[in-house]
Design a binder for this molecule. Structure first.
Ligand code: ADP
Length: 257
């Protein structure tokens, strides 16, 4: 029982030492609690697509499915399979981060504008398929950051802005300098996010709505984004209105020599 262990350990000390020990133990207990919760959620979340894959595969295997439905069911199996794969990749990424990735982060001097522009270019093809106008505007914005993480951050925000948009809609990616910081903003003219969901979407596995093309996500992308921002001493801000669109603004400290 963590509470008993807590009392026993903290009873040995008093004063400042007791406080320090209490704080450390509280953090450890919190971390352990969220680790257990995460494991329970992972198991549950992995089961959902797998159950649907097995269900549809079984129907096809039974030979009782109408010809026209075989293709439909196969497509569901394919997209749920892809979702499962993405979920596993993101879970592995999160658990890498959870197990002390902070010490292994490779921070270097880099231009956020260059990263965001590259990611935008990589996404042009995807945006075209979804019939979304995707544009980039930026100025050289130097920061001290882990390159891989910056790509991951931009990729997640831009792909969400495309995914939760409407046909014919737009996505504006902008990088700017401020006095002491640099900002990356990703604005879309998509479906928007309800006030009560705006904080919760950064939690692991939290999903609000299906994307415009009807496929489900994993609910993990923004929790990765939040992790990356916090580990670069930055902040993330969200402005959104239902039916109008959303703007995610990431602010990170500027590079200092
Ligand atoms: P995923 O997109 O895989 O579900 P995320 O963690 O990236 O996971 O996003 C969590 C939820 O936040 C999504 O399910 C979606 O409902 C909502 N969301 C994220 N970005 C946007 C956006 N640009 N516009 C509207 N909703 C969004």
């Amino acid at each position: 029982d963590p509470d008993k262990v807590f009392d026993k350990l903290t009873s040995v000390y008093d004063g400042d030492k007791k406080k320090t020990l209490e704080n450390t133990l509280k953090k450890l207990i919190e971390a352990e609690k969220s680790r257990r919760e995460f494991t329970a959620n992972v198991t549950h979340e992995l089961k959902t697509p797998l159950t649907s894959i097995n269900g549809y595969a079984e129907m096809i295997a039974s030979g009782l499915v109408k010809d026209g439905d075989v293709e439909k069911f196969s497509n569901i199996i394919l997209s749920e399979g892809n979702r499962l794969l993405q979920m596993i990749n993101e879970i592995l990424q999160l658990s890498k981060y959870d197990s002390g990735y902070k010490d292994k982060m490779k921070k270097e001097e880099l231009d956020l504008s260059e990263v965001a522009e590259e990611v935008t270019e990589d996404m042009i093809h995807y945006a075209k398929i979804e019939e979304i106008n995707l544009s980039f505007e930026g100025e050289k914005a130097l920061l001290n950051a882990d390159r891989k993480m910056m790509y991951e951050l931009a990729t997640n925000l831009i792909s969400n802005a495309i995914k939760y948009n409407l046909k014919g809609g737009s996505v504006y990616v902008k990088v700017k300098n401020k006095e002491r910081s640099v900002t990356l903003s990703v604005a879309d003219t998509g479906i928007g996010i309800k006030k009560e969901d705006q904080r919760r979407i950064f939690e692991r596995f939290y999903m609000v709505n299906r994307s415009s093309n009807g496929t489900m996500g994993t609910g993990l992308g923004l929790s990765l984004v939040k992790y990356i921002v916090l580990n670069h001493n930055g902040s993330i801000d969200l402005k959104s209105e239902i039916g109008k669109g959303s703007t995610f603004i990431v602010e990170l400290p500027k590079f200092v020599q």
